[in-house]
Design a protein around this ligand. Structure first.
Ligand SMILES: [Zn+2]
Length: 383
């Protein structure tokens, strides 16, 4: 690793509105407010962690004080204000992390500063308060007065992952922006761009897995990618990613269903033994198998099939397998794996517990057959 190695989440932190990923509904609104000079005094940025709230707050702080903005309301990065912002020497932007500075005194310090007008010919003084829901009630109340009657130059940007914990009196005084979880597609595209810039070879399926694992949090996605890139000498392959993330390859589930459909008890047991030997916990396997069934069911109808958050080649495999498995089997299968997952913690012999579920699944087709035959004969009797 190079001496001046900088993690991607910091190196590629967006510096302008147009490079923020997956939040265009917010960046467009903010840019329009800047263009028309109709800025609110207090903003509340809400949303899951790692989706760009603090990043957008910083961009907004930089841009509104930039003296040489582009036509598209982006900061110039070269004016004195932009430079002091970049070098972290600006007296007009203050950040407070309410997770660690949540007392009434911390807020009083901040309020005291608000009284002084911005320096260096800047128009605004910006206060970014991160994790604002962590403020004590007293601190909130002390802050409220300033929020109600802020000086004309003061802008407050509050950020929180837990909007429901913010007092209604604060909510009503803020312009609220709800940040989205970043979609898998957007995350994959962003990771791909960075890989190209960093000369990292990457397979799209691998990036897809990383995006899925990070569940919409770009910061997590980037740090996982950094980790795998350094572990695999800048070649992010599907195999190295599966190994690194400790994910059971989709192929195991496809093979498992194949064996179950053929009622190949020997094949099923040997395959589970292989999975076990790879160090995968039984409950993780059961959970994965439930999800596999769920995906097979999704394939049965094009309207819900689009909810499958998977790379195209793997989706194609699901469509093929879905044709070979009946709805009745899938629904009963989900019930068996789900029940087994619930009982997993209490079971004395974890391995046997999972094997019993697999035995049930192996003979499930027979059971369904018998039931449907009985139904058939009942119907005949009735008629
Ligand atoms: Zn500037």
């Amino acid at each position: 690793m190079a001496e001046n190695y900088v993690v991607s989440a910091i190196k590629y932190r967006p510096q302008h509105f147009n490079t923020v990923v997956g939040q265009s509904h917010i960046t467009t609104t903010l840019k329009n407010a800047i263009k028309t000079d109709q800025l609110a005094h207090s903003f509340l940025f809400c949303g899951p962690r790692g989706v760009g709230k603090t990043t957008c707050a910083r961009i907004l702080a930089k841009t509104i004080n930039c003296t040489n903005r582009t036509e598209d309301a982006e900061a110039c990065d070269v004016c004195p204000s932009c430079i002091s912002f970049k070098e972290n020497t600006s007296f007009n932007v203050h950040e407070l992390d309410a997770a660690s500075n949540n007392s009434v005194d911390d807020i009083r310090d901040l309020i005291d500063q608000v009284r002084f007008a911005p320096q260096g010919g800047s128009k605004y003084k910006v206060y970014i308060i991160d994790e604002v829901h962590m403020l004590t009630t007293q601190a909130f109340n002390a802050f409220l007065k300033t929020l109600e009657e802020p000086p004309s130059y003061a802008i407050f940007i509050l950020a929180t992952t837990e909007k429901h914990k913010i007092l209604p009196t604060i909510l009503s005084r803020c312009q609220i922006f709800d940040f989205n979880r970043i979609t898998t597609k957007d995350t994959v595209e962003h990771l791909q761009e960075i890989c190209v810039k960093e000369n990292i070879e990457s397979e799209k399926d691998a990036l897809h897995l990383i995006a899925q694992k990070s569940e919409g949090c770009m910061r997590d996605a980037l740090s996982i990618m950094d980790k795998i890139a350094s572990f695999s000498n800048d070649k992010i392959t599907y195999t190295s990613t599966v190994e690194n993330l400790n994910i059971l390859d989709y192929d195991y589930y496809f093979k498992m269903i194949e064996s179950l459909m053929m009622q190949d008890m020997v094949g099923v047991m040997l395959l589970f033994d292989e999975i076990n030997n790879k160090g995968f916990e039984g409950d993780m396997f059961l959970n994965g198998l439930t999800e596999h069934f769920r995906n097979l069911l999704m394939c049965k109808d094009a309207r819900v099939a689009k909810l499958m958050d998977l790379p195209d080649n793997i989706k194609a495999k699901y469509y093929t397998q879905a044709n070979q498995v009946s709805n009745a089997y899938i629904i009963n299968g989900i019930s068996i794996t789900n029940q087994s997952e619930i009982g997993f913690k209490q079971s004395r012999n974890k391995r046997l517990h999972v094997e019993l579920a697999l035995i049930k699944l192996n003979y499930l087709s027979n059971a369904i057959q018998v039931l449907s035959d009985e139904d058939g004969s009942l119907l005949k009797k009735k008629s």
